[in-house]
Design a protein around this ligand. Structure first.
Ligand code: ZN
Length: 304
């Protein structure tokens, strides 16, 4: 079966809506621990304004202090040209640009039209000029909590336009957990045919309990790259109840137990995940964290 490549987004997508600041040293330690679990990529932080996301105001320090483990790419979210300058100065391995495929969501999230976002991001892509890899995350590809359906043709159009600008990868995001496995099967089939030379990543949320089913549909459809968040942390502030990226360790355990090569040391990852509730100060949605590995056997009850 295919080798799969996982990107953990907990310290960016997961942490950015946490109410209590997580200390820089704790972020660095967590990224360092994840770096030794076998992830292909880690979305370490975001070069947004400190005012917009106070949690990630320490982006430069985090990028300066983490270990750069060989084989792991360190990507960061970049909203604009200023963010790109900061990211390049911090020697990131990849810039992750973001826009929504829904006008209403883009307006709510980024306060501009999709067309204006595209122009702004095009400017960033030209500025970076192939010096560093670029990925574009397209939000709400499977539906918008305000507009409803996002037509597949709209997703294809934006993906094609960014591919034409020479970006290395495109992430298709189910930002608020509206995707279903059949929709995923169709979408990944079409996009892989449209963009055979572009790295496609799928980013799911488990808002309605379909996260892992969607991961499986994508993997069976030939997708090899996935975003996940340790413990299933994360959400979207503009979609009430839209909690939870898919949980990295749950998804990886599922695929590993089916025979996929995820490249991940799962016991080690689980050890890292066990520290997460104390770090964020609350329970996290991950299931494996509660149940343990499939291979963890329990003593039979003593018969009276
Ligand atoms: Zn997410």
């Amino acid at each position: 079966m295919n080798r799969l490549f996982f990107n953990d987004v907990v310290t960016r997508d997961g942490f950015q809506i946490e109410p209590n600041f997580i200390e820089t040293a704790d972020k660095v330690a967590l990224i360092n621990a994840l770096s030794r679990c076998g992830f292909a990529k880690i979305e370490a932080t975001s070069f947004t304004s400190a005012k917009a996301i106070p949690m990630l105001r320490d982006a430069e320090i985090v990028m300066g202090e983490i270990d750069r483990v060989p084989g792991v790419e360190y990507t960061v979210l970049v909203p604009n040209l200023r963010g790109a300058e900061r990211a390049l100065a911090a020697h990131v391995d990849e810039l992750n640009l973001v826009m929504s495929t829904s006008e209403t969501h883009n307006l709510a999230n980024l306060r501009r039209s999709c067309g204006d976002s595209f122009l702004g991001l095009s400017e960033v892509i030209r500025y970076v000029d192939q010096a560093t890899a670029i990925n574009v995350s397209l939000s709400t590809c499977f539906g918008c909590p305000m507009e409803g359906d996002v037509p597949l043709e709209t997703v294809r159009l934006w993906a094609r336009q960014f591919a034409d600008l020479g970006v290395r990868g495109i992430t298709i995001c189910d930002t608020t957990g509206m995707a279903n496995p059949e929709q995923v099967r169709v979408m990944v089939g079409v996009l892989q045919r449209d963009l055979p030379d572009t790295q496609l990543t799928l980013h799911f949320h488990n808002t309605r309990g379909m996260g892992l089913a969607n991961v499986l549909a994508a993997a069976q459809g030939g997708i090899t790259r996935f975003d996940g968040s340790l413990g299933g942390l994360g959400g979207c502030p503009y979609a009430p109840g839209a909690s939870g990226n898919i949980c990295s360790e749950d998804a990886i355990n599922m695929l590993d137990s089916m025979g996929y090569d995820t490249g991940i040391d799962i016991p080690r990852l689980l050890t890292v995940a066990r520290g997460l509730p104390a770090l964020v100060g609350h329970a996290v949605p991950g299931q494996l964290l509660r149940a343990g590995l499939t291979t963890d056997l329990h003593a039979a009850p003593v018969q009276a």
